[in-house]
Design a protein. Structure first.
Length: 415
């Protein structure tokens, strides 16, 4: 509903204009010419000020309340940061030539109070007043600096990508062989061997299982997205649960994959897969977070324009972090599935034994605690694991991105 301005609102508008990045360098007497042309407009929570791809006819000054900006890029929606006290102006750059909006803007507070300035009125003032036009140009140079930021969607609010499963299958197939070699080397080191007896054990089982496993992670995230609260609702407990869920769901499949590498356990795969299930579940939760949310989180923040390079750098950062965090549960899971006769405590003592020897100079009472801490903080094989996970993320996310940009001819829907 549009309302007439009061004297208090006129004074408020002058203040808002001076705080705007578009008019911050303008003289007060020049801004007075704009005041009669602005109208007050109130939006309710969820109402859209502008949709991405639509022609922009109005500029909005935010008086009170909050907004959220969502940009669809390819198969994913990003949330855009609001990083300045001058960030109270919507459509500041697009309004001059009525260009298409680069993002959707909607009210995120219960009530959003704005003042609306239409394109024709703004252009008329610029044509009449050369000094005002010069000052607006000066102000806009600052506005461009503000808007060059990368996307800043919070970790828990990362949204899933719509990805063709054919692309995921191709990426999963390539990654299976890389992962098999690195995993064989890692497990050999964990079990006290220099090199693995086989680099691709049970590859005929690994390959289809791994592809199904990767598709499961990507598709489960997409399916669970329907249960996610909208960005304006801060229900982080639910978001955490949805972020953990794919890892929990994929743990049984991961257990069969793990059984393919359990060469020291002579039992058949369909029997030994259950051993080490609990620590493997923790590992899978971390892996799922890394493959999905963390990769997207870091990718958004990479200051590069090339989507493939952004995906590679973001995936590597997420892979190194996820690899480190998941290494200790992976170690426990690996030794348990290879030797289920020992308890978790007995296996853990084997990992602390090396550290006990290094801490001979410490008092006897402190030595067990220090050794246990180091076995968790600096787990055996952590460098190999981080490289393995980082490489897997690069192959998976990078291949998918490359296929989307070439075969898929990814476009943004602006209809």
């Amino acid at each position: 509903m549009t309302q007439q301005l009061t004297s208090e609102e006129i004074e408020e508008i002058i203040t808002l204009l001076k705080e705007s990045s578009v008019f911050r360098d303008c003289q007060n007497e020049d801004l007075l010419g704009l005041v009669p042309k602005l109208q007050k407009k109130i939006f309710r929570k969820g109402e859209k000020l502008i949709e991405q791809g639509r022609r922009v006819h109005n500029m909005y000054l935010i008086s009170s309340g909050s907004i959220i900006q969502l940009k669809k890029q390819g198969f994913q929606i990003h949330q855009i940061s609001e990083n300045s006290k001058y960030y109270n102006t919507i459509n500041s750059l697009n309004v001059f030539h009525k260009e298409r909006a680069f993002a959707t803007v909607e009210a995120s507070s219960d009530v959003l109070v704005t003042y609306v300035l239409d394109s024709a009125s703004l252009l008329n003032e610029l044509e009449k007043n050369p000094r005002f036009a010069r000052d607006v140009i000066s102000s806009l140079s600052f506005e461009v600096h503000l808007l060059k930021d990368v996307f800043k969607t919070p970790l828990l609010e990362q949204q899933s990508k719509q990805i063709p499963y054919g692309f995921v299958s191709i990426a999963g197939t390539i990654e299976t062989f890389y992962r098999s070699a690195l995993m064989s080397l890692l497990n050999a080191r964990i079990l006290g061997q220099r090199l693995p007896a086989k680099w691709f054990p049970n590859i005929h089982i690994q390959l289809p299982t791994r592809v199904a496993y990767i598709i499961g992670y990507k598709s489960s995230r997409i399916l669970l997205a329907d249960f996610a609260p909208p960005p304006e609702e801060k229900n982080n407990l639910l978001r955490i649960g949805l972020m953990f869920a794919p890892g929990v769901m994929m743990t049984p499949i991961a257990s069969f994959l793990e059984a393919c590498f359990a060469v020291k356990n002579p039992a058949p795969i369909y029997k030994k897969w259950i051993h080490g299930f609990l620590p493997r579940g923790v590992r899978e939760i971390i892996f799922g977070m890394g493959l999905n949310q963390l990769s997207d989180y870091f990718e958004e923040r990479v200051p590069l324009d090339n989507p493939l390079f952004k995906s590679i750098v973001g995936s590597m950062a997420a892979g190194i972090l996820a690899g480190y965090l998941s290494q200790f549960p992976h170690n426990i899971s690996t030794v348990k599935i290879n030797d289920p006769s020992k308890s978790y405590r007995q296996h853990f003592r084997l990992f602390t034994k090396t550290w006990h020897q290094k801490f001979n100079n410490l008092p006897r009472q402190i030595r067990p605690v220090a050794a246990a801490t180091m076995a968790i903080v600096f787990p055996k094989g952590v460098i190999i694991r981080s490289l393995q996970i980082g490489g897997s993320f690069i192959i998976l996310n990078g291949t998918i991105t490359l296929l989307q940009r070439t075969v898929g001819k990814e476009k943004i829907d602006v209809s």
